[in-house]
Design a protein. Sequence first.
Length: 94
Amino acid sequence: MQKLKNLNNQQDDKLHQALLDDLEQQEHLEMARINDQLRKAIEKGDESYYALAKRSGVDAVVISRFVCGERDLRLDTAAKLAAALGLELTAKGA
């Protein structure tokens, strides 16, 4: 009986880890989508990185490196830029 409980616990642990891994992958893909959309919006606009930095509170060097593809943004930084660009971050499917 104890062996069966241990086996069930191991299976539960593996399932739990697989679900966590899947969620992490989905979050990574969603953040990549947000980064791509923000990058395009910044490139499409005619505002300087300096002006966008002043309005958003995000350093102009961070914006430049982001647009050039040298780095991605954290969610809080993406939210600041989105707000400054008049965009809204929403959950996928919302």
